[in-house]
Design a protein around this ligand. Structure first.
Ligand code: GDP
Length: 195
């Protein structure tokens, strides 16, 4: 995919605010600080379009980025942030659930995980939840530059086993720092855009 331009469109809190042009949407989920904004910036060749430190308090916002006239990235609020109240967590869950259940344009979910660590309980729950709705998922293991190449496969296997990765779901390695996996991820995304 050649990214000619990318724009931040809206931080949506209600479905009425979602774009209505019907372009395919790719959702991005991951725990706070996992590197979601950095991944978006790397994918669209921008330093700072997605805020490099997303505000953990903003639990209700779906951030829409349009890429060319081709698709949207829909950035979910990061999960697993300890200081979020139970009520906020419930609001988060409801909003994401509504989106996952009802959004016809949604083609693929990117579940962003830190390659260095086994998936957290929240990561496992998120994956199971996405599979409960029968959505295609690509697990993206980021921060690969922080692990020696010789250990990549071992870490990927730990992630794959912990999530019980379903047949058909992809798992790719990524680094926002050096660009590892960028082309591969675009290939996965463009394949799903046509579904
Ligand atoms: P978000 O909260 O998920 O949006 O996470 P950010 O994109 O803000 O990243 C959190 C921290 O991890 C920042 O300090 C980033 O610079 C760092 N980071 C993100 N991705 C990578 C990566 O691929 N490699 C390295 N070395 N650091 C990364």
């Amino acid at each position: 995919m050649k990214v000619n331009y990318a724009n931040f469109i809206i931080s949506a809190v209600r479905p009425e605010q979602f774009p209505e042009d019907g372009l395919p949407e790719i959702g991005l989920a991951g725990r706070s600080n996992v590197g979601k904004s950095s991944l978006i910036n790397r994918m669209i060749n921008r330093k700072n379009l997605a805020r490099t430190s997303s505000t953990p308090g903003k639990t209700q916002h779906l951030n829409y980025y349009r890429i060319n006239e081709d698709l949207y990235f829909v950035d979910f609020p990061g999960y697993g942030y300890a200081k979020v109240s139970k009520t906020q967590r419930q609001v988060w869950g409801k909003m994401i659930e509504q989106y996952l259940m009802n959004r016809e344009q949604l083609r693929l979910l990117l579940l962003i995980i830190d390659l260095r660590h086994p998936p957290s309980k929240d990561d496992e729950l998120m994956y199971d939840w996405l599979k409960h709705y029968d959505l295609p998922v690509c697990v993206v293991a980021t921060k690969a530059d922080k692990i020696p190449r010789s250990r990549w496969q071992k870490h990927l296997k730990i992630i794959k086993d912990a999530l019980v990765l379903r047949a058909g779901d992809e798992l790719i390695m990524f680094s926002s720092e050096v660009g590892t996996g960028k082309e591969e991820l675009w290939n996965v995304i463009t394949k799903h855009m046509k579904d």
